[in-house]
Design a protein around this ligand. Structure first.
Ligand code: F6R
Length: 245
């Protein structure tokens, strides 16, 4: 595991954007695994700026997003499809046909999960997977549990995740209770993994995940086993780690 220490979330976003930019320059038709939530917003803003400056070309890039809420279609303003369009895709020269997100309003979620894994395989797997981390150390929506689930699957969101994500909705009751998430296998098989963690709210999750034992009770801890894993974290997110004390 490599740790890149940033002074704040803005600098963390810039460091992560540099890693993604290097990937796109090295392999213009790379497959990027992308995340939503507040954490990657600085990163996406930096990528948009690099595109506008003529430094990056996304015309051949393919993307697979980690997850989508069950029940929210792409026109719902809290769907992850909407998020990706309005925070990245509309502002760069990516071909919308090359962007992939699980279908939250499918009639058959289990079939959609199988389709998504087959899609990732057909793209040749993920070159660089970008992740955030939940306060309970989830990655994608792989929630703490008895076992790591390899495949894309439908997940019942934990109360902690529903509470954490309520800030994006008018009330906690409107937060969907289920999501489709990429499983641990596709994440671990990505050739590079970059996880961004910022803020004191992530400090315990970061300490448990990367300075504690590997356990499905702390889903992000599995990344300790990845051969090319980079943690990009700000001082606040690293504040509970042994190296900070
Ligand atoms: C989002 C995702 C989640 C988030 C995590 C942190 O696609 O997969 O794992 O990365 O919940 O969310 P934020 O960044 O909002 O704190």
């Amino acid at each position: 595991m490599k740790v890149i220490r940033a002074k704040d979330s803005c600098e963390a976003g810039a460091f992560a954007a540099e890693l993604i930019a290097a990937q796109v320059k090295q392999k213009p038709d790379c497959v990027l695994g992308l995340a939503t939530g507040s954490t990657p917003l600085d990163t996406y803003a930096q990528l948009i700026a690099a595109y506008r400056a003529g430094e990056l070309d996304f015309s051949c890039v393919r993307t697979v997003n980690l997850d989508e809420y069950v029940g929210l279609g792409p026109d719902h303003d809290q769907s992850y499809a909407w998020f990706m369009r309005h925070n990245l895709f509309e502002f760069i020269n990516i071909d919308p046909h090359n962007t992939h997100i699980p279908d939250g309003i499918t009639a058959d979620p289990d079939a959609e999960c199988q389709r998504y894994d087959a899609l990732i395989a057909s793209l040749g797997g993920v070159d660089l997977q970008l992740l955030g981390i939940g306060p309970n150390a989830h990655i994608g929506f792989n929630e703490p549990g008895d076992a790591f689930i390899p495949e894309t699957h439908v997940v019942k969101l934990t109360d902690s995740t529903i509470a954490a994500n309520a800030r994006f909705f008018a009330s906690v009751d409107q937060v969907p209770r289920q999501a489709i998430t990429m499983g641990i296998r596709a994440i671990l098989q990505a050739r590079k993994v970059v996880l961004i963690a910022t803020g004191t709210g992530k400090a315990k999750a970061v300490c448990d995940a990367f300075w504690g034992p590997v356990t499905p009770l702390v889903p992000a801890s599995i990344l300790q086993l990845h051969p090319d894993f980079t943690l990009v974290a700000d001082e606040d997110a690293l504040s509970l780690t042994p190296s900070s004390n």
